[in-house]
Design a protein around this ligand. Structure first.
Ligand code: ASP
Length: 432
């Protein structure tokens, strides 16, 4: 049996076992025991193996990418295209969410009793998040991208810090004599190869890891909650589905030059890993491997665009933020006019850039957006009970959005190179 079939099987069986355990023995001590002592440890080992492999390939691929491109102007051009694509696709995704939430008004008729009950149940959790609410986006955000200590940045999984250091490192490599740079390039290449092997090992554990991770979530999940918040959940999932099936597929076809069906088929391991881990960071190594091996995207592009995307490009998260803020505004009867909704769009895009690619990474930032438009931030308690399931779904869009960005940049760079080659070839032609 092929590995991805096995992983899918793990996902399906884990979900079914968890839902069954919840339905027939919800809250039973043995279910808890199995979750804590079997399913969760297996899932966590898988997750940790993936996380263990995040930083070295980011360093290796960006360093080699920049050193390989050689021309810093070209690096700048690739960076500019990447960022423009990130911002545009993220903005489209928030707008889809806002249109749906305005059209269906999922929060409008919420029963005040239920609102109170949800609020009480998840209040402590919301208070915990509040302490992590970060100050907005400003000049400090840019200053903080330059790491004081690259080793600490790596240890803290400060992805932007690692990316910055790697770009500078790669650029410096091109500026020293070739003979001196060569051994370092060889070491970094070997580092990248070794990590790919480790990811292979980790993926062999994936069917079991995925089973464990899904079992833990579904066995503990309060399924009744899904019913109570069904209108909200449906709007989020529908928005994500529309963005994936319509927007991303269209972007892949028009800008990436790929058949969307082929794209989604090849992206399957990425989708499954994102869904089961709820973490863009943990999915990054798989994403890089799929882009390079299965989609044939050049390593210097995949290795540059995807790590940036894992922290900066979160299509699913921004849509989720927009819908959640408007939903809670409806629940609390706060009327947001068009101008305020535009502020929500802007803040959702910005905070999605700032959210960490870990489970629930965007929650403290959603509280910031809520506060900025006059909705009580602690109101987030109302949706916390269904957050994990929605996190699984939005993370899928976050990482597949990155993959579409890589496809776009790869195609556009290939075109630029072809153009340059033809222009360069003109003077060589014999005069007629
Ligand atoms: N879990 C998301 C990710 O890693 C971030 C979030 O929306 O909470 O991409």
């Amino acid at each position: 049996m092929k590995l991805h079939t096995k992983i899918l099987l793990g996902l399906g069986l884990g979900a079914a076992a968890g839902v069954a355990a919840n339905a027939f023995a919800g809250g039973a001590p043995w279910v808890r025991w199995v979750s804590d002592n079997v399913a969760n440890p297996v899932g966590q080992v898988f997750l940790r193996l993936l996380l263990m492999t995040v930083i070295p390939p980011v360093f290796a691929s960006i360093t080699l990418g920049v050193a390989g491109v050689g021309d810093l102007r070209k690096v700048g051009r690739i960076g500019a295209k990447t960022l423009a694509y990130f911002l545009a696709s993220t903005a489209i995704s928030v707008v889809i969410g806002l249109v749906l939430v305005n059209a269906f008004q999922p929060g409008a008729g919420m029963d005040p009793g239920m609102r109170q009950q949800l609020f009480e149940t998840y209040r402590t959790q919301a208070e915990g998040l509040q302490s992590r609410m970060e100050v907005g986006f400003g000049i400090q955000t840019f200053v903080a991208m330059v790491p004081r200590n690259p080793v600490r940045a790596a240890a803290d999984m400060d992805m932007l810090g690692v990316i910055f250091f790697s770009i500078v490192f790669g650029a410096a490599l091109t500026l020293i004599p070739r003979a001196r740079a060569e051994p370092m390039v060889k070491v970094v290449e070997a580092l990248g190869d070794v990590i790919i092997k480790i990811i292979d090992f980790a993926m062999r554990l994936a069917p079991y890891g995925v089973f464990g991770l899904i079992f833990v979530v579904t066995a503990r999940f309060g399924w009744e909650l899904l019913g109570q918040l069904s209108a909200y959940v449906i709007v989020v999932v529908a928005g994500l589905a529309i963005h994936g099936i319509v927007t991303l597929s269209l972007l892949v076809r028009t800008l990436g030059g790929m058949n969307p069906l082929t794209f989604w088929k090849k992206a399957r391991p990425v989708v499954i890993t994102a869904f089961s881990t709820s973490s863009s960071n943990a999915t990054l190594p798989t994403n890089i491997a799929v882009a390079e091996k299965d989609m044939g995207i050049k390593p210097e592009i995949a290795g540059f665009v995807l790590p940036l995307g894992a922290t900066m490009n979160m299509n699913g998260t921004s849509l989720y933020e927009g819908v959640t803020v408007l939903f809670l505004a409806q629940v609390f009867g706060v009327d947001l006019n068009l101008g305020q909704q535009l502020v929500v769009v802007l803040l959702s895009v910005i905070t999605a850039v700032g959210a960490a690619g870990v489970p629930g990474g965007s929650l403290p930032l959603i509280m910031v957006v809520l506060g900025s438009v006059g909705v009580p931030p602690e109101g987030i308690a109302i949706i916390l009970g269904v957050d994990r399931i929605l996190d699984m779904c939005r993370t899928v869009l976050n990482v597949s959005g990155d993959l579409t960005a890589a496809a776009f940049v790869a195609r556009s760079e290939a075109r630029a190179e072809r153009r340059q080659r033809t222009v360069g070839a003109v003077p060589e032609r014999p005069a007629a």
